[in-house]
Write a protein that binds this ligand. Structure first.
Ligand code: FAD
Length: 553
């Protein structure tokens, strides 16, 4: 945590030097001292410190400055640092101005020049002010701050990206924090471009892309080598397990993840059926542990990079990233999993990120503390979501198309939902439409048997209505089933001319696709058992066949 600062402002270099010397002698262990030779310079210092999230404990300004008087300076400076103590340095003739300032800007003290001896005339007054300041003020958060408005899709994107990548940040709602609002409005783009992400080094990004944000937050976004033994596409449980085994067995391994390591499992509030964790484990914890493990074995892990295509230039396999970069390797594992299906109902598009969320947007839980929310869906992920949000929301209503929960939800979740007082389950319904002016306000639900519609008031709606495979980037290259899942090994279709694109004598290995050296594991693979343990198992087991392939190139 940076020391709080004392800012002295005076255009008279001799006076400025003297006050700085005296203050440094007495306060250097607890405070940082910055001097400015004009009000304008003083305001620049105040703005920079605000951007870095650092506190100013005291402004000490000379009343007599030609461009901007001490009072004028303090009037502006306290808009940025309203908690700072305000002291004017005055000559006898300025007493009148100082008294006016006491009323106008709530001046804490005016100090007559000269202040000798400081032990009598300077330190006692300032000691008193600064000790009261220390008791009153909580030192600010010293890391990344995201400044935006509560109901903004862009702010949600940034918060979700940072929290899913386990980058600590502080959320600042500018509607509730006047100094940060002042700071943001003074920046280029002002209040019309939100959120603004403020970094501890004083720099900022306005409405950043995930790639810009990842780079600035210190996440790896570019590969260190031009060539690898193994490139893994997708950092869910299957990809992470593959990276751990690949790197630990000496392969030059690169994992490319579009959003955040952990995949779907990373968004789970509690995984209770994963071997070895009898009390369950949060998806974030599992993702963090697996990522650390893969890195420890030397796997390179890129975040915020999407693979857009795959091609074959024997003996190399080449993946292309959305920024145009190409990476070559001998083998590729596709573990791109699935994503939540989109709910297509009237009114939904403009409310995404401002009340309507796909999956468990865990970063939003605090926003909806004490509110009424809805969960759409009746499978395990919806059940976990309902239980998680029931800890924050006043009431959670589950909207389920089936006549009861049990056919698609594990019994342990059904029992827990039934035992949770603030969860209500409405069966045989579907969402007909959603509405709200600046954020979600109402959900119209339709009974699937009678067609009758009812309106529910809700602040948020979290959607868990099943998932679709993410395999567009290999369309036309790898064999897929009619739903888009990638076919491997014995599942690959054969014609009289054999398997499409296959040019080897042997049959494809288990997990191998129709292109030799390109493998698929986890939820994206046709006939996979879509569970965390299964994905981890497939990702781990695929390494064996990857080794067998590598012995032939
Ligand atoms: C909310 C929720 C709760 C769940 N709870 C449980 C549970 O309790 N127990 C259980 O067994 N299972 C649970 N599941 C299912 C389980 O999470 C999945 O089966 C598992 O995560 C599949 O792992 P995967 O690695 O195959 O794919 P995913 O987890 O889907 O990971 C795929 C990754 O690939 C990335 N990706 C996709 N396309 C690209 C691209 N082009 N370029 C780069 N990266 C890309 C994605 O961003 C993602 O991170 C849950 C699922 C959800 C959604």
């Amino acid at each position: 945590m940076a020391k709080p600062t004392i800012v002295c402002v005076d255009d008279d270099t001799e006076v400025l030097g003297a006050i700085e010397r005296d203050l440094r002698q007495h306060y250097r262990n607890e405070f940082r001292l910055i001097k400015a030779s004009s009000g304008r310079e003083g305001l620049e210092v105040a703005t920079q410190l605000k951007q870095r999230g650092q506190s100013i404990a005291l402004f000490l300004a000379d009343q007599r400055m030609p461009e901007m008087s001490g009072t004028e300076f303090l009037t502006e400076a306290i808009k940025l640092h309203p908690d700072a103590c305000k002291v004017l340095l005055t000559a006898y003739a300025d007493t009148e101005a100082a008294i006016v300032s006491i009323n106008k800007i709530n001046l804490d003290h005016y100090l007559m020049k000269p202040w000798d001896p400081p032990e009598e005339k300077l330190y006692p007054v300032l000691d008193d002010l600064l000790s009261k300041w220390s008791m009153r003020v909580r030192l600010p958060f010293d890391g990344i701050r995201v400044a935006g408005t509560r109901f903004s899709p862009q702010s949600f994107e940034v918060k979700d990206f940072l929290s899913r990548n386990q980058v600590p940040y502080q959320w600042v709602d500018i509607d509730e924090d006047a100094p940060t609002r002042e700071l943001v409005s003074s920046m280029e783009g002002g209040l019309s471009k939100l959120p603004v992400v403020l970094f501890p080094d004083g720099s900022h990004l306005t409405v950043p892309t995930t790639l810009e944000l990842a780079e600035k937050a210190g996440l790896q976004i570019r590969a260190n080598r031009p060539f690898y033994d193994l490139v893994i596409v997708g950092g869910g449980p299957a990809g992470l397990a593959n990276a751990v085994y690949g790197a630990s067995e000496g392969l030059r391994t690169l994992l490319v993840e579009q959003k955040a390591f952990g995949g779907q499992a990373g968004t789970s509030s509690r995984i209770e059926n994963y071997l070895g964790f009898p009390a369950g484990i949060t998806g974030a914890d599992l993702a963090q542990r697996a990522t650390a493990q893969a890195r420890r074995f030397g796997a390179e892990m890129l975040t915020a990079q999407e693979v857009v295509s795959l091609r074959r230039e024997d003996p190399y396999r080449i993946v292309k990233l959305s920024d145009g970069t190409e990476i070559s390797s001998f083998t590729v594992l596709i573990s791109t999993g699935m994503e939540v299906k989109k709910l297509e109902v009237p009114g939904i598009e403009p409310l995404i990120g401002i009340g309507v969320y796909y999956g468990a947007a865990l970063s939003e839980a605090a926003t909806y503390r004490g509110h009424d929310i809805c969960i759409v869906g009746g499978a395990n992920s919806a059940g976990q979501g309902a239980l998680f949000f029931s800890r924050y929301a006043r009431k959670v209503t589950m909207l389920v198309r089936a006549a009861n929960l049990s056919p698609s939800m594990s019994m342990y979740l059904v029992e827990r939902i039934q035992a949770t007082k603030n969860i209500e389950v409405i069966n045989k319904v579907e969402v007909a439409s959603v509405s709200g002016t600046e954020k979600l306000e109402h959900i119209d639900v339709r009974n699937v048997e009678t067609g009758k519609e009812d309106r529910l008031d809700a602040s948020a709606m979290f959607i868990f209505i099943g998932a679709a495979p993410r395999s567009d980037m290999v369309a036309g290259v790898l064999e897929r089933d009619e739903k888009g899942f990638i076919l491997t090994g014995p599942d690959l279709p054969r014609t009289a001319r054999g398997i499409r694109s296959w040019n080897l004598e042997r049959d494809p290995y288990l997990f191998e696709t129709n292109i030799p050296g390109v493998f698929a594991a986890g939820d994206i693979r046709a006939s996979a058992n879509r569970r965390v343990a299964a994905a981890v198992g497939e990702g781990s087991a695929a390494i064996y066949t990857i080794h067998r392939y590598l012995q032939t190139v």
